[in-house]
Design a protein around this ligand. Structure first.
Ligand code: SF4
Length: 451
């Protein structure tokens, strides 16, 4: 009984807590996104650090059973590797109470809600890590940061972090649009790395004051300069859309750098954005509020009805705000470079064909991946790759639905599951896929005649 009580108390160390002044440890996901999120935290007085990634994979695998989702093993490896390094570096000065580990979660229906609980149990097996708190954002309240920062900062931080996420998406899209056509090999990556450092510094400097104008000006300048790297003599390549599970498709180490692999075989890639997921989560919350209002109305519960209507109103304002900021950032870039615009959630839902292919009511990333892939086909993309952790539930659903639809449309499609092992036929599969995409593109350009 006592042991059970202790376990429950320890699981409370997965909690919302004010992280001001504590070293917030972020596992790296996207090349730019996590860095900009950390910079946004630093702007608001939280010394956030992005941990090195993938170096501790063997640790992540050692402390899991093999049944967990791959991103759980990777992130667990990241935190264990980081802490091991800190212990060695600081020796007796290592103080676990200085750190807070940041690991977001979702409220179902799959296992993402359990990563931080499982990792809590693993950290507790090391006596020296038992006092490291774990904090999170959740899809349940549309990534509200209430509780993580003082109330007067929380709302503003969320908005800055959202804009930082859109800027990171746009940085990715600049790289994908320019790199396959660059005048000199390596110039895009070198320039964007420098631009990312500048953007981090700028976010830290102007984030708390919410000087969005300065951020927009800098984004525009980056796009303007990057556009000059494109060699007009290189013909446009087949365009490949990547959909799938958010961590795997955006974490180059876990997906064995699939974007570069496709580029090497002669394709141009657009991966689904992070903002798309945040916007989806915001819309999901609005749906939930509307359902609650309808329920309260049927029950004639005036107080609950008023509360749900009020919450839905606030959520609508947040959704409108996000759409406005997203448009501002993309508009600035599109003045100079034709990157792929982001899909709105309404647009994606439209491609689910009134629930015939899938429904937002079921939720999960499958809704976004299926709708997003079909939107890409409508936009003239020449192939779709579904990137996901081996055994991922939403991505397996996505595969089952997309494969026959795209086969009927004769659009090349590839499933790319990953679990950390190197698949000997992956390179051939990708090369063949890009070849098929080129053939598809040529057929389209020749009025669908066989070529
Ligand atoms: S989305 Fe896939 S990988 Fe992520 S928790 Fe769910 S099942 Fe696991």
């Amino acid at each position: 009984m006592d042991a059970k009580k202790t376990d429950t108390a320890r699981l409370r160390l997965v909690q919302r807590l004010d992280v001001t002044g504590r070293v917030l440890l972020l596992p790296r996901m996207t090349p730019f996104g996590t860095r900009f999120l950390a910079a946004s935290f630093r702007a608001f007085g939280v010394p956030a650090v992005v941990m090195e990634t993938y170096k501790g994979l063997s640790l992540g695998k050692e402390y899991t059973s093999g049944k967990e989702c791959f991103p759980c093993q990777v992130t667990l490896g990241d935190i264990l590797y980081f802490l091991q390094g800190e212990k060695e570096r600081l020796g007796s000065r290592f103080d676990p109470r200085r750190y807070v580990y940041f690991l977001p979660e979702s409220d179902g229906p799959c296992r993402f809600g359990m990563y931080n609980k499982l990792q809590r149990l693993v950290l507790d097996t090391f006596p020296e890590y038992r006092d490291i708190a774990i904090t999170y954002l959740s899809t349940q309240d549309a990534y509200s940061v209430a509780g993580l920062l003082p109330a007067h900062k929380a709302r503003y931080f969320r908005r800055v972090a959202y804009v930082a996420a859109v800027i990171a998406d746009v940085f990715d899209r600049i790289v994908w649009r320019v790199r396959p056509y660059e005048r000199t090999a390596g110039m895009t990556d070198a320039f964007m790395e420098e631009a990312a450092w500048d953007m981090e510094a700028l976010l830290e400097r102007v984030g708390e004051a919410r000087d969005f104008q300065a951020l927009l000006d800098r984004v525009e300048e980056v796009a303007r300069r990057a556009a000059g790297f494109v060699d007009p003599g290189i013909a446009r390549k087949p365009r490949i859309g990547i959909v799938g599970e958010i961590y795997l498709r955006t974490h180059p180490e876990s997906n064995q750098d699939i974007v570069r692999q496709i580029e090497r075989h002669g394709g141009e890639v657009v991966d689904a954005s992070i903002a798309e997921w945040i916007n989806f989560v915001s819309h999901e919350r609005l749906r939930k509020m509307k359902r609650q209002a309808a329920l309260a109305f049927r029950r004639k519960d005036g107080r609950s009805l008023k509360e749900a209507v009020r919450a839905a109103g606030l959520q609508k304002v947040e959704i409108a705000y996000q759409a406005w900021r997203l448009k501002q950032v993309y508009d600035r870039v599109l003045r100079h470079l034709d990157i792929q615009p982001d899909h709105s959630i309404r647009e994606i839902e439209k491609f689910l064909d009134g629930g015939r292919h899938f429904s937002f009511e079921i939720g999960t990333e499958a809704a976004l991946s299926i709708g997003g892939a079909l939107a890409h086909v409508h936009e003239g993309f020449h192939g779709i790759v579904n990137v996901f952790p081996f055994t991922c539930m939403p991505s397996t659903i996505c595969s089952a639905i997309l494969k026959p639809i795209l086969a009927q449309k004769r659009v090349p499609y590839l499933d790319a599951p990953y679990d950390g092992t190197v698949q000997p036929n992956r390179e051939v599969a990708l090369r063949t896929f890009v070849y098929q995409a080129r053939q598809y593109r040529d057929r389209q350009q020749n009025g669908n005649r066989e070529v």
